[in-house]
Design a protein around this ligand. Structure first.
Ligand code: SF4
Length: 363
């Protein structure tokens, strides 16, 4: 099979999607995809020439808005400014080919460089312009594998995913880094190939949104039909007794799960571009931001006492932090002891939540 690094995250979620589709459909133009292409092209221009790309011409070519594309390119330029002094650039939009087991593997690396202070370490930068965060680690591992196969002298690859759309007000841009050695890439390859061999289908319709087989995939139709059927089966006009209500509880739970899946599936579609509802309205992804105050930083300004007054601790995080480094076996006991100490000191308040649950009937 011919595999592209950019398809590996989808194939990891649904191995069956690796096979070429029986029916090939040319994807419709979508705004998110066009913005991504324009930004990649613009950043490649900047890195090669040190000049900002001709924004209007670039956006006209791809049918997208200059303000958004310009902002994303500037975010990338900011990140490249950090890496540029540290790496010797090897290639921009660099195409590499190799193998993944018996399959052909290829990838288009946005930027490939070598660390100036450690020339046996390669650096791969991957720009992401999408709104929806997905797990791209397999794509980066694919790039790592290609670099190792093409450069015998390299013994470490650092993959950097840059979330251009998540830039903060102060201009900082979040990045995610994956450090790869030849050993961990071959371990991953083995696992990935086993998973690929399974040929399993996903049970997550979100994955299908980007699958070339989606137009003629029976499993996807079943997933969608189930989700829709579960939702539409509910009859809001029915008069139901207490017993009726209890008996449809399992269906209600299934419907909740189906609604969840339906929501994810729809969100994945709408994330690509707004979708018209046909009544003059459209569905789009609205971003809401929540500010989280870092207690340690706030305490330096307002004092620890004032900050502690309005803080609650996450029990899991606190216990994990306190027992970090403790031997695995003794960790559970150590956590129980901490809870006991806190409870005895009156530092624990217990909240009672009530929820529906199933158990064996009492006879
Ligand atoms: S359409 Fe969905 S279920 Fe079908 S192969 Fe693609 S990802 Fe898998």
């Amino acid at each position: 099979m011919k595999l592209r690094c950019s398809s590996l995250p989808r194939i990891a979620a649904c191995p069956a999607s690796a096979e070429a589709p029986l029916v090939s459909v040319v994807d419709e133009w979508n705004e998110a995809g066009a913005v991504g292409t324009a930004v990649h092209e613009g950043l490649a221009h900047w890195i090669k020439t040190q000049k900002f790309p001709p924004l209007d011409a670039l956006c006209e070519k791809h049918g997208v808005k200059p303000a958004e594309v310009g902002w994303l390119i500037r975010n990338g330029r900011h990140v490249w400014g950090v890496y540029e002094p540290l790496v010797d650039l090897v290639g921009v939009e660099h195409h590499l080919t190799g193998a993944l087991g018996e399959h052909e593997l290829s990838g288009h690396l946005d930027e490939l460089g070598r660390r100036k202070d450690k020339p046996r370490t390669a650096v791969v930068i991957d720009w992401k312009t999408n709104r929806v965060e997905r797990d791209y680690s397999r794509q980066i591992l694919g790039y790592g594998s290609l670099v190792f196969q093409n450069a015998a002298q390299i013994n470490e690859v650092i993959g950097v995913i840059v979330w251009l759309r998540e830039a903060e007000k102060d201009g900082s841009v979040p990045t995610e880094t994956l450090t790869m050695t030849r050993d961990n890439v071959s371990l991953w390859t083995e696992k990935f190939l086993d998973h690929l061999e399974s040929g399993e289908y996903t049970n997550n319709p979100e994955t299908c949104a980007f699958c070339p087989k989606r137009h003629a995939c029976a499993t996807r139709s079943i997933l969608m039909r189930n989700a829709v059927a579960c939702v539409s089966k509910l009859d809001p006009k029915a008069v139901l007794t207490r017993d009726d209500l209890a008996r449809i509880y399992p269906q209600a739970q299934a419907a909740k799960r189906a609604l969840n899946e339906f929501d994810k599936m729809l969100k994945a579609q709408v994330a690509e571009a707004p979708v018209s509802l046909g009544n003059g309205q459209e569905l789009y992804i609205q971003e809401t931001k929540t500010d989280i105050i870092a207690p340690r930083d706030a305490a330096t300004i307002y004092g620890a006492d004032q900050v502690l007054e309005s803080c609650t601790l996450s029990k899991t995080k606190f216990l994990d932090a306190q027992t970090e480094g403790a031997p695995k076996r003794g960790r559970k006991l150590a956590k129980t002891e901490i809870i006991d100490t806190l409870r005895n000191a009156g530092a624990i308040e217990t909240r009672v939540d009530k929820k529906l649950a199933k158990r064996k009937e009492k006879t």
